[in-house]
Design a protein around this ligand. Structure first.
Ligand code: FES
Length: 159
């Protein structure tokens, strides 16, 4: 694994279309680009989404990419825009596409960082915002029963 460093310049488009055993991944956040390179099959996997996904690569290089659900395709905090190299990624599965439908500012180049597996050089950009249903208490219900169930139980318990 090699950390190539950070630059504020726009990454060169010459990477587009290349697949390799040493993909270069450029993360752009707030206009600042950080490029890392990893060897396919050698990245230490620590259950950060799918192996060799953006989230997996980011976590291995200490690049902060939110992942409220732990990389299980249950939130949209790992939402990224693919700037270059979309052809070097795994095809999105239905569960990723369904989840992406709930992302803030969804675009045609949107992917979930924990689900898109990197097979070659790619450049991604962080969106300005993400939706974190876990923190915001929105659409994801974590184990607590529906209030209608409580009302039903109360009604059944009364004589
Ligand atoms: Fe939650 Fe990717 S980290 S969907």
């Amino acid at each position: 694994m090699i950390l190539l460093g950070a630059t504020t310049e726009r990454p060169a488009a010459i990477w587009e279309g290349r697949t390799s055993k040493m993909p270069k991944v450029t993360f752009i956040k707030d206009g600042k680009a950080t490029t890392v390179e990893f060897e396919k099959g050698k990245l230490p996997y620590e259950h950060h989404g799918l192996p060799e996904s953006f989230l997996d690569v980011a976590m291995n290089f200490n690049i902060p990419l939110e992942h409220a659900c732990g990389g299980s395709c249950a939130c949209t905090t790992c939402h990224l825009y693919i700037r270059e190299g979309e052809q070097n990624l795994s095809e999105p599965e239905d569960k990723e596409l369904d989840r992406l439908d709930t992302a803030w500012d969804l675009r045609t180049n949107s992917r979930l960082g924990c689900q898109a597996v990197i097979n070659g050089d790619v450049v991604v950009e962080f969106p300005m915002y993400t939706r974190n249903y876990v923190q915001e208490g929105g659409a994801i219900q974590l184990g607590k029963s529906d209030s209608r169930d409580e009302e039903k139980k109360t009604a059944e318990a009364q004589p």
